[in-house]
Design a protein around this ligand. Structure first.
Ligand code: PLP
Length: 400
C-alpha cells in the first residue's frame, strides 16, 4: 500500500485506480463539484471538526465499546472481539455518516435531505439527523423492504420524515436508489442527496468513508489498549461497504492485519438468489460510478437477494473494488442460513442480537476462528437486530 493512502485515494477525479468517478448529467456535475469544494473547505475547519466531535460524544454516544466474546471464543477458538456499532444511537453505524452529511447540508444552505433506504437503517439515521438539524427529510424505500422492515418505517414517520414507496422492479434497494436519484435531479439546488454507503458518484464514496473512519480509529485504539497488539484479522460485512471501509481504514497500512469483507451468498449462486458482487461480478457502471457489478450481458444491474435487506445491492463501493484488485482485502461470502445460525448463536452465547447484515460478518468470524485458533479477530458489529426480530422468527422459526 502506498504511504499516505488517504491522500492518494481517491484522485482529484474521484478515482480509486479504475473505479469510482462520476458518470452523471452535466448539471449534476456542477452540483457535485460544489459539494466537493464545500466538503474540502469545511471538513478541515476547526468549527466543523469540533461540532462533529461534540455530536458524536454527546448525541451519538461515541466511542462505542470493543467487547471480547468469552463464550464464543471458547466455543470456536480464536479470540473474537466485536466493535459495538449496534450501540451507536439509532442502532447502527449509519448515523456516523448521516450526521456528517447533514452537517454539510446545513452548511450548504440546503432545506431538504433525500435518500434511499434498504433495511430502513439509513432512512432512520437520516431522519434522525434531519430532526437534529431542523431539515426536511424524504426517504425512498422499496415496497418489499417496507413490509419486511415495518418498525423502521414507523420510526422514520415518527421522526417526521416523508416515505416514498417504490413500486417498480424488484421493489428493493436498487429501485429505491433510482427513485431517490430522480427526485434529487428535479431539485438539486434546495435538496441534497445523502447516500447511504460508500457508493454513488464522487465525492460521496470519499465523504462517507471519511465520516466512517471514526469506527476504525476508535477500534484500533481500544483493541490495542485491551491486548497490547493489533488484531490479526478484521472482519466486516459489505453491502455498499461503508461500515467495512470505516473499520478497515485504520488497518490498511498494516501489512500484518488481514482484512475480510463478507458478502451475502443468499440462497444459492444462481442469478437473483444472492448479492455476492465481488465473488461473481465484473466491472461495470451503476448509479453514476464504476465498480464490481452483478450485471446481465447488456450491463444492466442483475436482480439480487439477501436475507439482509441492507446487503441487497448489485454494486459495491469503488474503493472496495480497488482493494480487491490490489488483494489488500479478501472478499468472501456467507449464505442466508449461515447468517441466521450466527444470528441465534451470538444472541444465545453473548446476549447480543445482531442485525442480519452484521450476522454475516459474525458467521465468517466463526469459520476464521475454527481455522485459526491462535489468532484474534475483530468484527465490526455494524448494527443491532431489533428491526429483524419478527422477520427471522416468522420465516426461520426459533432454534431448539
Ligand atoms: C446498511 C447496513 C449495512 C450495509 O451497509 P454498508 O454500507 O455495507 O456498511 C450493514 N449493517 C447494517 C446494520 C446496516 O444497517
Amino acid at each position: 500500500m502506498p504511504k499516505n493512502y488517504f491522500k492518494a485515494y481517491p484522485s482529484d477525479e474521484g478515482l480509486f485506480n479504475e473505479y469510482g468517478g462520476a458518470f452523471i448529467p452535466p448539471h449534476l456535475e456542477t452540483e457535485m463539484k460544489k459539494i466537493n469544494d464545500a466538503y474540502f473547505a469545511i471538513s478541515k475547519s476547526h468549527k466543523f471538526i469540533s461540532e462533529l466531535r461534540s455530536i458524536r460524544k454527546h448525541y451519538q454516544g461515541r466511542p462505542t465499546p470493543v467487547y471480547h466474546c468469552n463464550r464464543l471464543s471458547n466455543k470456536y477458538g480464536g479470540q473474537i472481539y466485536l466493535k459495538r456499532e449496534d450501540l451507536n444511537h439509532t442502532g447502527a453505524h449509519k448515523l456516523n455518516h448521516c450526521m456528517g452529511e447533514a452537517l454539510l447540508a446545513k452548511h450548504l444552505g440546503k432545506k431538504k435531505l433525500i435518500a434511499e433506504t434498504g433495511a430502513g437503517q439509513h432512512g432512520v439515521a437520516l431522519a434522525t439527523a434531519a430532526a437534529y438539524f431542523g431539515l426536511e427529510c424524504e426517504i425512498h424505500m422499496g415496497e418489499v423492504d417496507m413490509e419486511k422492515e415495518h418498525p423502521n418505517v414507523q420510526r422514520m414517520r415518527i421522526l417526521g420524515a416523508t416515505i416514498v414507496p417504490v413500486t417498480h422492479g424488484l421493489k428493493t434497494l436498487k429501485e429505491a436508489v433510482d427513485s431517490a436519484f430522480e427526485a434529487y435531479l428535479k431539485d438539486p439546488i434546495t435538496t441534497i442527496y445523502c447516500i447511504g454507503s460508500v457508493v454513488g458518484p464522487h465525492p460521496f464514496p470519499m465523504m462517507v468513508r471519511d465520516f466512517q473512519r471514526v469506527v476504525g480509529v476508535e477500534a484500533r485504539e481500544q483493541f490495542f489498549e485491551m491486548t497490547g497488539e493489533l488484531p490479526d484479522n478484521v472482519v466486516a460485512c459489505v453491502g455498499g461497504g461503508s461500515n467495512a471501509m470505516g473499520i478497515f481504514s485504520a488497518f490498511l497500512e498494516e501489512d500484518e492485519c488481514k482484512l475480510y469483507g463478507v458478502e451475502p451468498a443468499g440462497k444459492s449462486f444462481k442469478t437473483g438468489e444472492h448479492a455476492a458482487t465481488m465473488t461473481l461480478g465484473s466491472p461495470g457502471i451503476i448509479h453514476g460510478f464504476k465498480c464490481y457489478l452483478l450485471q446481465d450481458k447488456e450491463g444492466n444491474p442483475a436482480p439480487v437477494h439477501s436475507v439482509a435487506s441492507g446487503l441487497d445491492y448489485p454494486g459495491v463501493g469503488p474503493e472496495h473494488s480497488m482493494l480487491k484488485d490490489l488483494k489488500k482485502v479478501t472478499y468472501d461470502s456467507i449464505t442466508d442460513q449461515e447468517c441466521i445460525d450466527a444470528f441465534y448463536e451470538l444472541s444465545r452465547l453473548e446476549g447480543i442480537i445482531p442485525a442480519l447484515e452484521s450476522a454475516h460478518a459474525v458467521a465468517f468470524a466463526f469459520k476464521l476462528a475454527k481455522e485459526n485458533p491462535k489468532q484474534s479477530i475483530l468484527v465490526n458489529l455494524s448494527g443491532r437486530g431489533d428491526k429483524d426480530l419478527d422477520y427471522v422468527v416468522d420465516t426461520f422459526g426459533l432454534p431448539d
